[in-house]
Design a binder for this molecule. Structure first.
Ligand code: FMN
Length: 185
């Protein structure tokens, strides 16, 4: 399965000059994305037929790309076979996929991913950090909370925020501050 593991891999997907955290589901060896209608990621995949999975360990990037856009200088050009694509300049590793829309329902599309090329750039080891993991959790809840304002989601965000304060490093704490800026009305 190359760089991805079984289960759901939380990567930063780049399509054109757009970046967003997206889960790649790996089950029985075949990678897929489930993309909600209205995301730029799905729109770009429909028109371009490719996506790059960026593996990156910066919590700030997860928050920034979930709620906003990255400046153009965060991206660089990459080629994979005859394809010219965009990826994040500072990714630890990347995988270029060709995309095929497998199914489209009222709410979301299931996208089959065919790997074309991949590269590991940074071999550094990242010990498990509950603060980093909690940023991912709080950001997932945050993307739903801004749409629903469901108080139960806010409780979950606050729970993860306390773990970030206890276990995270300075970059996780910076990501948390940014997250609260995005979700506060
Ligand atoms: C860790 C994480 C995983 C996510 N996974 C998905 C996903 O698999 N599919 C999806 O449609 N949105 C997912 N989201 C939400 C999108 O990142 C969010 O809607 C984003 O604003 C889409 O950006 P875009 O419009 O630039 O594509 C995820 C968010 C986070 C924080």
């Amino acid at each position: 399965m190359g760089l991805l593991g079984e289960g759901i891999n939380e990567i930063i997907a780049t399509t054109r000059n757009n970046a967003a955290p997206i889960g790649i589901i790996v089950k029985d060896g075949s990678p897929k994305m489930v993309l909600f209608h209205g995301t730029h990621t799905l729109e770009n995949i429909r028109s371009e037929g490719w996506v790059v999975a960026n593996i990156i360990h910066d919590p700030v990037i997860y928050v920034k790309t979930a709620f906003g856009d990255l400046p153009e200088d965060y991206f660089c050009n990459e080629t994979a076979g005859d394809m010219a694509v965009k990826r994040l300049k500072h990714s630890s590793a990347w995988i270029v996929f060709k995309t095929e829309i497998e199914r489209d329902s009222g709410e979301a599309a299931i996208v089959r991913l065919v790997p074309v090329a991949e590269e590991i750039i940074d071999n550094r080891i990242y010990p498990v950090n509950r603060g980093f993991n909690s940023i991912i959790e709080a950001t997932v809840h945050g993307t739903r909370y801004v749409m629903t304002r469901d108080p139960q989601l806010k409780q979950l965000i606050d729970h993860h925020a306390s773990l970030v304060r206890k276990c995270g490093g300075s970059r996780e704490k910076e990501a948390l501050e940014l997250l609260f800026e995005y979700i506060t009305e």
